[in-house]
Ligand binder design. Structure first.
Ligand SMILES: NC(=O)c1ccc[n+]([C@@H]2O[C@H](COP(=O)([O-])OP(=O)(O)OC[C@H]3O[C@@H](n4cnc5c(N)ncnc54)[C@H](O)[C@@H]3O)[C@@H](O)[C@H]2O)c1
Length: 405
């Protein structure tokens, strides 16, 4: 609970029914904040369209909220609107509720899904870019001072070679040569290098934030998050109806959770390409804690967009598979890569902002085995093996490679 009642904030959690949003919402409510979830439940509808379900059985949002209050949780309210389409309803909600802050998770977040077809590419752009822009425009129109905490991705920096350079927290200091031979230094947004349509929407979000912060003084914290692993936090473990989702399918399953589930059911761990791709990771417990830290440490009205790298560890995908294999005895299977991406890349990341704010990271070594046993093995019989392969290809070349016998 908050030590000082006056530091309680009224916060909207956009996308609060999702994998990162649900644990974030209950954690913020538990910390004494006044939480209203806004979600159009599109993620659940995509599951129906794809014919796949979360490995963990998840309750409806209504059951979740009932279970939360029945188990003693501070009330969380829910509004079922589409932030990309229902602009007037969003504006009315902001005007009537007057939130202090909005945590924005409400985007289509799977890179493979965004590359599946022209329909899913267009949906991802329409949904993500309009949703973010509607939120910004509505806050300006409301005239209220609302702090936005947005979930972005480490993928905005790109996964090419950074030539051993450390990726800074959002901004790069550059020297610009002048015609007279002198140079001036400037802090610019780190160049973006998206690797999918989904990642491209996150780089567009960055520009929207830059503009609205400069023009309208909107206070924004943009969290460049790594790949989230794990399932539950203490609060979502209090009752089975509070359980968080666990995606394992080829479109929505993220790499480490897929390895954990594959190990649990005796399916060879699928590494695409050489396994030399390096990615940043963070446990769901730490993701939730970071959002709370960002919310409780807002920028001032004169600050430019505050950017944090929300990750705790970087690993090469092949080495990660080997780690899970060593722990569980699973086999590793190297498959053609459906993504158009560098065969291998480096990724050295500055994440000191959250460490300085007091984050104590959960390491892979602390949590991997319990995740396999408590979650993946427990629900193994709910897994549909036919949905494990990654079938969304980045281009026709990759499509031909993954279809080759
Ligand atoms: N999961 C990860 O590993 C990861 C990593 C980096 C960044 N992120 C970012 O965190 C955010 C949340 O990711 P997640 O894994 O919880 O995804 P998710 O798909 O589980 O949750 C997103 C939620 O937003 C809702 N939503 C989507 N569009 C909406 C709209 N137009 N209006 C209202 N609600 C809408 C969905 O119904 C869903 O409940 C995303 O923006 C994602 O890009 C996630």
């Amino acid at each position: 609970m908050l030590e000082q009642q006056e530091s309680r904030v009224k916060v909207f959690v956009l996308g609060g029914d999702g994998f990162c949003g649900w644990p974030c919402a209950v954690n913020l409510a538990d910390a004494g904040h006044d939480v209203l979830i806004v979600d159009n439940l599109s993620r659940r509808k995509i599951d129906i369209d794809l014919g796949v379900e979360s490995l963990t059985p998840i309750a409806t949002i209504q059951e979740r909220l009932r279970a939360w209050t029945e188990t003693g949780g501070r009330e969380i309210r829910f509004s079922g609107l589409d932030i990309a389409r229902d602009y007037d309803l969003l504006l009315d909600l902001i005007r009537s509720e007057r939130p202090d802050a909005v945590v924005h998770f409400a985007e289509q977040r799977a890179a493979p899904y965004s590359m599946k077809s022209s329909a899913t590419k267009r949906y991802t752009v329409d949904n993500n870019v309009n949703g973010t822009h509607n939120l910004l425009a509505a806050i300006v129109e409301s005239g209220l001072d609302v702090h936005i905490v947005h979930l972005g991705t480490m993928g905005v920096y790109g996964y090419g070679s950074h030539r051993g350079a450390t990726i800074p927290e959002g901004y790069l200091t550059v020297e610009v040569p002048q015609p007279d031979g002198t140079r001036f230094t400037e802090k610019i947004l780190h160049p973006s290098d998206p690797g999918s349509v989904y990642h491209m929407t996150k780089t567009l979000d960055q520009l929207l934030f830059h503009y609205y912060n400069k023009n309208d003084g909107i206070r924004i914290t943009d969290l460049h998050q790594g790949i989230v692993w794990g399932t539950n936090i203490e609060q979502t473990s209090r009752d089975p109806r509070l359980t968080n989702r666990f995606d394992y399918d080829g479109d929505y399953g993220t790499v480490l959770n897929r390895f954990l589930m594959q190990a649990a059911i005796g399916y060879p761990l699928s590494v695409h390409g050489t396994g030399g791709q390096t990615r940043a990771f963070i446990h769901i417990r730490d993701s939730v804690r970071c959002v709370q830290l960002a919310l409780e440490n807002p920028p001032s009205s004169t600050d430019k967009v505050k950017i944090f790298n929300q990750m705790t560890e970087s690993h090469q995908v092949g080495a990660l598979a080997q780690k899970v294999a060593d722990l569980t005895g699973a086999a590793v299977n190297y498959l053609p890569n459906p993504r158009k991406e560098a065969v291998e890349n480096d990724l050295i990341v500055d994440n000191r902002c959250f460490i300085e704010l007091g984050l104590k990271p959960t390491t892979l070594d602390d949590g991997l085995l319990s995740e396999v046993v408590d979650v993946a093995r427990r629900w193994a019989d709910r897994c549909d093996r036919s949905r494990i392969p990654c079938v969304s290809a980045w281009t026709k070349t990759q499509a031909a490679a993954i279809q080759a016998p």
